[in-house]
Design a protein around this ligand. Structure first.
Ligand code: SF4
Length: 508
């Protein structure tokens, strides 16, 4: 029998390595021959470590499994689907998973992450083969037609970026992947890199041949050692088997790829600061123009995309732009891997077509709060996203619908708070975060955030509250209009939404 124990860092943090060892030693002690595969995580973190057993009907899941459960699992004959109190039935029938529309995450949790054979057996490198047989401009057109927009937060059409780079004449062009996933409550980039690294590598290779770039860099946050290890292993295998390097698969294209470890700065997730960092300088935001697509890494035309944007590309090329474009709503096409975090009963990864409402996600996936108390606010889109009150929970996940109410979809992270949250403290935290992470280039962000902390403190202490609230709103205005990048211009989002939707918390 084949047994699966996830190798994703969420599962490892919960004891998956020890569980895997125990399963191996118990099987040996009992004289049972098993095949133990370290698969990716299905993204249901409250069930991790989730052990699966292959059966004729599909995989059967057990979880969460602790080391102490393993002997009991064998006694219950779990390898032949014997009943056990921690049996979850067929994995694919677990409602959290069953009701998703997994495209980018279609292999995640199913395959062995760094097995090239497994990747090839599950539609891997089909997209690259199609792309290699097409003219570069047609590959770009496919990405344009798919409606794919930047999943890192800015939602800029990926195809337009690529077209600009394709049309920029240069002796050298680059593809850079922004894997500096620093938003609170986000982990979809990490899951892709740890659980399906070849997909990202393939997406970057397709980007390279589409725009004429022969070198690529993946800029991964240093807090992701497992992702870095998985990527390096997969890159070595891809090189060894002709999927990277010179004359890829005999198609006549060259593409070299390397991983760069980031140094723990939030603002290096801003694309121009990221380029500075790869070039070996301090991560300070560059003024635009010039756009990175014209003058990017080392002054050369550069495609710079988030992990999820690039990871969506192989499937678009494998199945066609129409296939991807078919789901979604309005101008938000395809799917978004949404991450449920904070005070939730069921935290994890939910990939849905755009259009799913926040309420659906909170009720039917997150299952409410872990504390059992009512949800009071959710922050969507990381630390610079607005706090949304219950009255906005019917908003569909759609870039335009969110923008219309002053919220941001961002990278799809949702952090949930129950009714014990103090929104004045959350507003203070937003300013404090900006003060800590500001690159220091412009005054409204560098100084404004520190003054913002002081002003919120005065409001909380009830010193000239009315004037201080007015001052805080003024300060937010200046930060929005006078900051060079999103760090300074979006920090007012959480501050003002807390002030507007939860005024009582500022008035004690
Ligand atoms: Fe730097 Fe802040 Fe200005 Fe962005 S807004 S460039 S982080 S100082």
């Amino acid at each position: 029998p084949t047994i699966y124990v996830p190798i994703d860092s969420s599962a490892i943090a919960l004891g998956a390595n020890e569980v895997a060892e125990k399963i191996a030693s118990q099987a040996q002690a009992r004289g049972i021959e098993i095949k133990l595969i370290r698969n990716g995580s299905r993204g249901m973190f409250w069930l991790e470590p989730m052990v699966e057993v292959a059966t004729d009907k599909g995989r059967i899941a057990f979880g969460p499994i602790e080391v102490e459960d393993v002997a009991g699992l064998f006694e219950a004959d779990f390898i032949h689907a014997g009943s056990h109190p921690k049996s979850l039935g067929l994995t694919e029938e677990i409602p959290f998973l069953k009701n998703q529309e997994r495209l980018t995450f279609m292999r995640v949790g199913i395959t062995e992450p760094t097995s090239l054979d497994d990747y090839l057996a599950h539609e891997g490198y089909v997209g690259l083969r199609h792309a290699a047989a097409m003219a570069a401009a047609d590959v770009v057109q496919q990405v344009l037609d798919s409606g794919l927009r930047g999943r890192g937060g800015a939602a800029f059409p990926t195809g337009i970026k690529w077209k600009t780079v394709l049309n920029a004449p240069a002796d050298q062009k680059y593809v850079v992947c922004n894997a500096d996933e620093g938003d609170s409550g986000t982990f979809s980039d990490r899951m892709v890199m740890e659980n399906d690294p070849f997909m990202l590598i393939e997406g970057m290779t397709i980007a390279g041949l589409a725009v004429g770039a022969t070198r690529g860099f993946i800029y991964v946050r240093s807090e992701y050692p497992h992702a870095i290890a998985a990527l390096n292993k997969a890159i070595a295998l891809a090189n060894q088997h002709g999927y990277l390097g010179k004359n890829i698969c005999g198609f006549g294209h060259d593409f070299e790829l390397e991983v760069r470890k980031a140094a723990g700065s939030y603002v290096c997730g801003e694309e121009t600061a990221l380029l500075e960092s790869i070039e070996g300088r301090r991560g300070i935001v560059r003024a635009k123009p010039p756009l990175p697509a014209i003058e990017g890494l080392f002054g050369k035309p550069t495609v710079i995309n988030n992990v999820i944007s690039l990871a969506a590309v192989p499937l678009i090329l494998a199945r066609g732009a129409e296939f991807y474009k078919n789901c979604g709503m309005g101008r938000s096409r395809g799917t978004l891997p949404i991450q449920l975090a904070g005070n939730v009963k069921q935290g994890g990864l939910v990939e849905k077509a755009f259009g799913v409402t926040l309420r659906d996600l909170l009720d039917n996936y997150a299952g409410g709060t872990a504390s059992g108390r009512p949800i009071r606010a959710v922050q969507v889109g990381g630390p610079l996203g607005a706090y949304m009150p219950e009255s906005q929970f019917d908003t569909p996940i759609d870039y335009e619908a969110f923008a219309a109410i002053g919220a941001t979809v961002g990278h799809g992270g949702i952090v949930v708070f129950d009714d014990t949250v103090d929104m004045a403290k959350q507003a203070r935290y937003a300013m404090e975060f900006c003060a800590a992470e500001s690159c220091g280039k412009c005054t409204p962000c560098r100084i404004g955030s520190t003054r913002g902390v002081e002003t919120v403190d005065k409001i909380i202490a009830n010193q000239d509250r009315v004037q201080q609230v007015e001052l805080l709103r003024d300060l937010c205005d200046v930060m929005v209009s006078g900051s060079l990048c999103a760090m300074g211009s979006l920090t007012p989002n959480p501050v003002l939404s807390a002030l507007n939707y939860f005024p009582n918390d500022f008035n004690r």
